[in-house]
Ligand binder design. Structure first.
Ligand code: UGA
Length: 430
């Protein structure tokens, strides 16, 4: 690879962009990351990472120290001389459920004239099928190739996922540009799937929507387990051994959430409806997820003796999953809102949060530890599977609670420990 080809620009320093930039620098490439957020660029240039992502601070600092990583607010400067330009920009959900591409379009319009001839412009953010083709028109330059190279990074394990991918998907009509993008990942020795751009774009949506539908399916089996007296843990342990099913994404919970699965399933459904094919399975998976959150509220109401009004309910965890401080589309927030709407007095804690984050809402009182959340509560509800909740002094929790029921929506707690503490544990599907 020549010097110019190994120079990379990454536009957008969210968790996808920053992980991409820092990991590519760790693989030996020279990477410039840009972002409109001056404050963030200032922090990153000093090696301070304003994101909770394991290993990322170490990689950023190492990249800076070795001169392989730099940060700028000037996107035109970032793309100058780059052989590959990654777009890692937000694609939030618009009011109709479709992906909003305003940020991507704005950046492309801004840098189109500054892109070096022969460079590959790569979409890494999740973008609707056909975006590469539309951006190709917007760029309006035959010497710039569009490539789709979707990310499959999970929050909380983004660095590990980047450096140990199951597959690298590279889609483009331009073979040379796709070769150049695929070559960036060569040190990872990962399987590379080469496609056209539209297929690569669809892979990402199809993957996230599949995971969401799988979880809705598991949550429905869990409900059936409750009705029939079966144990979801035993069912999924055997089910997951079928290679056609696979072991991952089989843990039942309060519903799936986060910044990706809900947004991408809705966007895919919307796209399918616009294309005239519809996607009834996906529609059902989304509705089942809402139902799952309502079901958790009902279980808590049962634990409080039927009605929630006037009862204090303690919540353990608000983040959409353990290992993050992300509240976006967190099922815990939907459950908290459902409890408050039915008159419960909701008190929550989360080890990754301070309590002043946007999204928590006024109907939830935030406290800084689990014992304070438990104090005087008629029921305690575990919503995020933080390991430290397993290690609580459950005898102390039992003394603090007014009631005796713990609703464990992640099947995360040790039933024997709770039983010995005199508590009644109600899991999901068991
Ligand atoms: C998800 C996908 O897993 C990644 O492959 C994808 O790259 C990413 O979205 C993205 O589009 O960028 P993430 O949103 O970080 O990653 O979260 P997941 O770990 O997938 O969890 C999603 C939701 O499913 C969470 O609410 C989680 O608690 C729930 N979940 C997951 C379960 O309830 N049970 C499980 O067994 C697994």
């Amino acid at each position: 690879m020549t010097g110019r080809e190994s120079r990379i620009a990454v536009v957008g320093t969210g968790y996808v962009g920053l992980t991409t930039g820092a990991c590519l620098a760790a693989l030996g490439h020279h990477v410039t990351c840009s972002d409109v957020d001056r404050c963030k660029i200032g922090l990153l240039s000093r090696g301070e990472v304003p994101l909770r992502e394991p290993d990322l601070p170490r990689l950023v600092r190492r990249g800076l120290a070795r001169g392989r990583l730099r940060f700028t607010v000037d996107t035109r400067d970032a793309v100058d001389g780059a052989g590959v330009v990654f777009l890692c920009l937000p694609t939030p959900m618009a009011s109709g459920g479709e992906a909003d591409l305003a940020a991507v379009r704005e950046v492309v319009a801004d840098v189109r004239a500054s892109l070096p001839g022969g460079c590959a412009l790569v979409t890494k953010s999740t973008v609707p099928v056909g975006t590469a083709a539309r951006l190709k028109e917007l760029v309006g330059r035959p010497d710039v190739a569009l490539v789709s190279n979707p990310e499959f990074l999970r929050e909380g394990s983004a660095v590990r996922d980047f450096l140990h991918p199951d597959r690298v998907v590279v889609g483009s009509a331009d073979r040379a540009a796709a070769d150049r993008v695929a070559a960036l990942y060569a040190p990872l020795h990962a399987p590379v799937v080469r496609t056209d751009a539209a297929s690569a774009e669809l892979v990402k949506y199809a993957a996230n929507a599949f995971l969401a539908a799988k979880l809705s399916y598991v949550n429905a089996v869990a409900e059936l387990c409750e009705a029939e007296g079966a144990d979801i843990g035993a069912v999924t342990a055997a089910l997951g051994r079928d290679p056609g099913v696979g072991r991952s994404f089989l843990r039942p919970g309060p519903g799936w959430g986060g910044s990706c699965l809900p947004k991408d399933t809705r966007a895919l459904l919307r796209a399918a409806e616009a294309a005239g094919t519809g996607f009834p399975v996906l529609r059902a998976a989304i509705e089942a997820n809402r139902r799952q959150q309502r079901r958790v509220v009902d279980r808590v109401a049962e634990a409080c003796g039927g009605a929630l009004r006037g009862h204090r309910v303690g919540l353990l965890g608000l983040a959409f999953k353990a290992g993050t401080d992300d509240l976006r589309d967190s099922p815990a927030l939907a459950v908290a809102a459902g409890l408050a709407a039915r008159g419960a007095d909701v008190v929550a804690c989360d080890p990754a949060l301070r309590g002043d984050e946007r999204g928590i809402g006024e109907s939830v009182a935030f406290v800084d530890d689990a014992y304070r959340a438990a104090k005087g509560a008629r029921a305690l509800v575990l919503l995020t599977e933080w390991p430290q909740f397993r290690e609580l002094d459950w005898c102390r929790v039992a003394e603090l609670l007014e009631g005796a029921v713990v609703v464990d929506t992640r099947n995360h707690l040790d039933p024997d420990v709770l039983r010995r503490a005199g508590l009644v544990r109600r899991g999901i599907g068991c």
